[in-house]
Design a protein around this ligand. Structure first.
Ligand code: NAI
Length: 486
């Protein structure tokens, strides 16, 4: 591990390999490259100091270098302990320099961090000499870190973990304690300097809305996830690509003919189910929302209850952003060889914490991020076996990033174009945004889509003036009302 005062990555000698991958990714990220071209001279992010917490992949490297090309100063950590691509992290640190004399962006990320290291790295992204001005977040960890620390300081108490708190929360609180002790008032100062946050994913956005409702959000937030060109593309088409990629790299099991259960049929679930069906699996969906359940049924999937189909499942994929949707009972019902993985943001969708507490359970590492668990099966389960052995991917964390390299560049270009536009909005027009959670305007959403069409050879038809008047829109857009669902 290479550590200096101002970066920590696995190995700077990987920078050249990372740079080649970044170069290829740039060709597939027309939105980001167009924004660089459009804004390079104006440098709308000059003076902004962005603390970024988002999977440190090759695609994120292109995002980081777009933010710096637009004038920002940036520090970065990953938002998941397994998702960093070490060569991308190295290339971003080296920048235009050399491994001996790096001149890029301070990155604090490597594949396979411990929870303690994860939160240490999260703290480092705020270490600008004059403090950060903006957060770019994925899942809300960086934002929660600052706000919980500031709340603890305001209450004049050092937060401590409760007996039932999971390891994640313990590590989080321990890092807050460390930072509060080392630098009293740190979190209050940070929260006071931050002018806004742009949030990447469904789970982080849900956390922001809850903070805003509770009156605990001190700055404006932009919900990037719900730009149409983010969630209807990255969450769906991205997962359609990266879920089978993760399953293949982890297990190489033939998906065709298998029974695959997709838990949740939101944007991510739709992409997951489509990918598995595309590979020839017989896909079963479980849902709690009648609208999504009806969509799944109309799309031709069996909609069933998880405990009732668990015994027949070869593959179970969680996509809900909810907690313990695959509980210990279900895990015990799975047949030997079944594969279980999660693509929702946090690792508690599959109750591995509960499984670990079960007497007689053991796990064997087959290779990094692939574990075979041996689980006792109680007689009451009525199954003809005393144990089962299942494969758990990425320890229940995002398998498409832990076992593979996440979504491909093209779809991330759309997501990250929204991120860049959100950061520009917050920095240049921040005063126009009230404290609360906002979305980017439809004009910007349509712009992001426009920037990606030529690369796919797509020709966009144009409204005539008469047609525009007839349907009540401007020839140049936006073309749909806010309530339109796509
Ligand atoms: P969504 O809200 O569109 O879909 C989640 C679905 O799960 C909803 O339809 C909900 O009704 C259903 N659900 C909730 N509890 C359930 C339960 N107990 N059983 C069955 N279904 C249940 O959210 P979206 O956008 O699909 O995101 C899902 C998760 O994936 C979030 O945590 C998000 O942050 C994450 N995500 C992961 C990505 C990746 O690369 N792996 C990419 C984008 C999002």
């Amino acid at each position: 591990m290479l550590e200096s005062t101002d970066y920590k990555v696995a190995d700077l000698s990987l920078a050249e390999a990372g740079r080649h991958q970044i170069r290829l990714a740039e060709r597939e990220m027309p939105g980001l490259m167009a924004l660089r071209e459009e804004y390079a001279d104006a440098a709308p992010l000059a003076g902004a100091r962005i603390a970024g917490s988002l999977h440190m992949t090759v695609q994120t490297a292109v995002l980081i270098e777009t933010l710096t090309a637009l004038g920002a100063e940036v520090r970065w950590a990953s938002c998941n302990i397994f998702s960093t691509q070490d060569e991308a992290a190295a290339a971003v640190v080296v920048g235009q320099g050399t491994p001996a004399a790096p001149s890029g962006v301070p990155v604090f990320a490597w594949k396979g961090e411990s929870l303690e290291e994860y939160w240490w790295a999260a703290d480092r992204i705020f270490d600008f000499a004059d403090g950060p001005t903006l957060i770019l977040d994925d899942g809300g960890d960086a934002t929660m870190y600052v706000l919980e620390g500031a709340a603890a300081e305001a209450a004049g108490r050092v937060p401590t973990a409760g007996e039932d708190d999971p390891d994640e929360r313990r590590a989080f609180l321990a890092q807050i304690q460390t930072a509060m002790t080392a630098s009293p008032g740190r979190f209050t100062t940070l929260a006071g300097k931050i002018r806004g946050v742009s949030e990447e994913t469904t789970t982080g956005v849900n956390r922001l809305y809850r903070l805003a409702e509770a009156g605990r959000l001190p700055f404006p937030a932009i919900n990037v996830n719900d730009s149409v060109t983010k969630s209807k593309f990255d969450n769906r088409y991205g997962i359609r690509h990266s879920l089978p990629d993760g399953l293949n790299r982890a297990t190489d099991v033939l998906i065709g003919g298998k029974v695959a259960v997709v838990v949740g049929y939101g944007d991510v679930g739709k992409g997951a189910a489509e990918a598995l069906r595309g590979q020839g699996a017989r896909v079963i969906v479980t849902e709690i929302d009648p609208i999504c359940a009806l969509q799944a049924a109309m799309d031709g999937y069996q909609v069933a209850l998880l405990p009732e189909v668990a015994e027949t499942a070869d593959i179970v994929i969680t996509t809900t952003g909810n907690t313990r949707v695959v509980d210990v009972d279900v895990l015990q019902r799975l047949k030997p060889g079944a594969i279980v993985g999660n693509v929702g943001h946090f690792d508690d969708e599959i109750d591995l914490a509960g499984l670990r507490r079960l007497p007689g359970v053991s796990a064997t590492e087959i290779k990094p991020q692939v574990h075979e668990w041996t689980i006792p099966v109680p007689a009451e389960a009525g199954l003809e076996r005393e144990t089962t052995q299942i494969l758990v991917l990425s320890e229940g964390r995002l398998l498409n990033l832990g076992n593979a390299t996440g979504h491909p560049s093209f779809v991330m270009s759309a997501s990250f174009s929204n991120q860049v536009l959100a950061q520009i909005e917050l920095w240049t027009h921040g005063e126009d945004y009230t404290i609360g959670v906002h979305r980017l305007g439809k004009d910007l959403d349509e712009l992001v889509a426009r920037l990606h069409l030529p690369a796919l050879g797509a020709r966009l038809s144009e409204l005539t003036k008469d047609q525009a008047e007839y349907i009540g829109v401007d020839v140049a857009g936006p073309y749909k009302p806010e309530h339109y669902r796509y």
